[in-house]
Design a binder for this molecule. Sequence first.
Ligand code: ZN
Length: 213
Amino acid sequence: MHKYVIMGAQGCGKGTQAKLLKQVFEMVHISVGDIFRWHIQSHTKLGARIKRLIADGRMIDDEIVEQIIRERLAQHDWNYGFILDGFPRTLTQAAFFLESYDIDAVIHIDVPDEVVFERVLARRLCSQCGLDYNLIHHRPATPDTCDVCGGKLVIRSDDNKEGLQQRLRDYRTQTEPVLQLFAKKELVIQTDGARDIDAIQQDIRSQLGLRKV
Ligand code: ZN
């Protein structure tokens, strides 16, 4: 069984890398962001609270995040392991996690701020079908128009420069200490996230000693 945490600033590509790992090694990809979105879309009580916090530009409280992680891991559908994405984000969350669970490694995808800005500000979303686009890697055939449904492409409401700057500040002040804590426990492997997707994936697999089964 493989139990990993994947970390990195927004736009570092950790979701993509987690999905590639999970396809081959049958681990469960647990994305805290996806769970938040599910709650918002399903109009749960928790979803309403999360939505308010995001609208105020605040981080989600540690208790909410811990509850989500506890419930998700209690489902025990991870016979081959899991990759946690978007957790832990603060030292409090990390302390909670290390008390209750153990992990094999933390994958840190390192990207400089300039790359984060370039990637995140190039993201677009179809206003009709929700498909993701990126003006660097996945351009639509007709500018501002969805290839699939013809809908208008828009910028996500939190993908503006100010919002991104705030999230990067939160990451540096709240999440980097978590990385340092994991590094002290010699759990961290580091990979350069400014390269292409395949190169990063190969590097992660070789550092973790993972081989295709
Ligand atoms: Zn569309």
